[in-house]
Write a protein that binds this ligand. Structure first.
Ligand SMILES: Nc1ncnc2c1ncn2[C@@H]1O[C@H](COP(=O)(O)OP(=O)(O)O)[C@@H](O)[C@H]1O
Ligand SMILES: [Mg+2]
Length: 379
């Protein structure tokens, strides 16, 4: 293998905010980065060594891009996996491996994988036609999820009663038992080719009920030690059964009985790990690079309480983004602003995030609430 800090060329499929933060670390490691993204205005456009505009779903585009690099990784799962498989055959390193991306692209296959590997998860049923929904053996309320292409809560609906059937998704989907959870929690784990596995400490998340996406995240969690241990064990077990190379974000629910259920996986840096940039010894981005370059994994320990607030486009505004209140927020000590360089805002679009660190957890929460109500993306 070429030295990662030398001649090696790293390709990233996707040039959004995750790619952008990966590049920030890649610079420290002196890695040459090429990006493929369909949007010529993507957040990474000005930050990489080479930016190619092209479809991530198109076989030829992904294949041709892959042929120009030594190692290919992703910042989004929705990519052409057939092209990745061919590239692997031809000797390009693809991490995470194409078979894992294929599995994770399909929430139905993911759930089956959990079942086959004794990973605790909410009961589910795979649905291939609207008729099948009427014979569901999961009682209301349940949640219907598109098998493919859902993200940030798009592709997820709660079905309260039979009136839902008219507006239900028609595409292949799955229905899942509604979990009246206590908390959403997450563990990000990394594995390198040597088989070394390392997990970041457990985090707790709060979701926006309207948009179903993370609004607020606290690291580390203050849940009991046994919950930390169990969650970490589950995440490591999944990484090991998959033999993944790279990061794996494991989203979980803690139910009212103290039981952990795995919700879904993401084989890449994840929104639930942004706080690691300021809050932990290594960031998730650095850890991903260490893993895919088969280097020793870094120390995941927390340095401080860290809270991450997503900066979402305000409802009612669409157009060139204005960050109202940014000055007030920047006055607060321990506040780190990350803007993703997206020119246009729209409701609930992820425009940036803010990390707040404080040695006093309650103070950190107080500051985060202030950031949440003060910083607005309008137009
Ligand atoms: N079985 C469930 N019971 C209750 N809430 C759920 C369930 N599944 C998902 N949700 C809620 O919907 C959110 C989005 O669902 P998820 O499957 O993670 O889709 P996405 O790909 O959009 O992240 C979850 O983070 C959680 O808040
Ligand atoms: Mg999710």
């Amino acid at each position: 293998m070429k030295a990662f800090y030398g001649d090696l060329k790293l390709g990233i499929l996707g040039g959004g905010q995750l790619g952008r933060m990966l590049i920030q670390q890649a610079i420290n490691y002196n890695v040459t980065v090429k990006i493929l993204d369909p949007d010529r205005e993507a957040p990474c456009r000005k930050l990489c060594d080479e930016f190619t505009v092209g479809s991530l779903g198109d076989y030829e585009t992904v294949y041709n891009f892959g042929k120009t690099v030594d190692l290919l990784t992703i910042e989004i799962e929705k990519v052409n996996v057939d092209a990745l498989e061919q590239l692997e055959k031809e000797g390009v390193m693809v991490y995470p491996q194409s078979r894992i991306i294929r599995l994770i692209q399909d929430k139905g296959l993911q759930k089956q994988f959990f079942k086959e590997n004794d990973i605790p998860t909410a009961d589910f049923q795979i649905i291939s036609s609207p008729q099948q929904l009427q014979q569901s053996y999961i009682p209301f309320p349940y949640i219907q999820k598109l098998r493919r292409d859902g993200y940030d809560g798009k592709g997820v609906y709660k079905a309260l009663d039979a009136t839902y059937l008219d507006k239900a998704f028609k595409e292949p989907s799955l229905i899942e038992k509604w979990i009246d959870f206590e908390k959403e929690i997450g563990v990000i784990v990394a594995r390198n080719e040597n088989g070394e596995v390392s997990a970041f400490p457990l985090v707790e998340m709060e979701f926006n009920p309207e948009a179903n996406l993370v609004e607020f995240l606290i690291s580390p969690s203050t849940l009991p030690f046994e919950i930390h241990q169990q969650a970490e064990q589950i995440a490591k077990k999944i990484a090991e059964s998959l033999k993944i190379v790279g990061l794996l974000a494991v989203e979980m629910f803690l139910d009212k009985h103290g039981k952990i259920l795995v919700n879904e996986l993401a084989p890449r840096p994840h929104n639930s790990g942004h706080q690691t940039i300021e809050g932990n010894v290594v960031s998730q981005f650095e850890q991903h690079l260490r893993a895919i370059f088969n280097q020793p994994l870094g120390d995941t320990a927390c340095l401080n309480n860290a809270i991450m607030v997503n900066v979402l486009g305000e409802t009612g505004y669409e157009g060139p983004a204005i960050y109202q209140g940014i000055e007030k927020v920047m006055k607060v000590p321990g506040v780190y602003i990350h803007l993703y360089g997206k020119a246009l805002t729209k409701p609930f679009r992820k425009m940036g995030h803010v990390t707040i660190v404080d040695i006093d957890r309650e103070k950190a929460i107080e500051k985060a609430r202030f950031v949440q109500k003060t910083l607005k993306v309008i137009s």
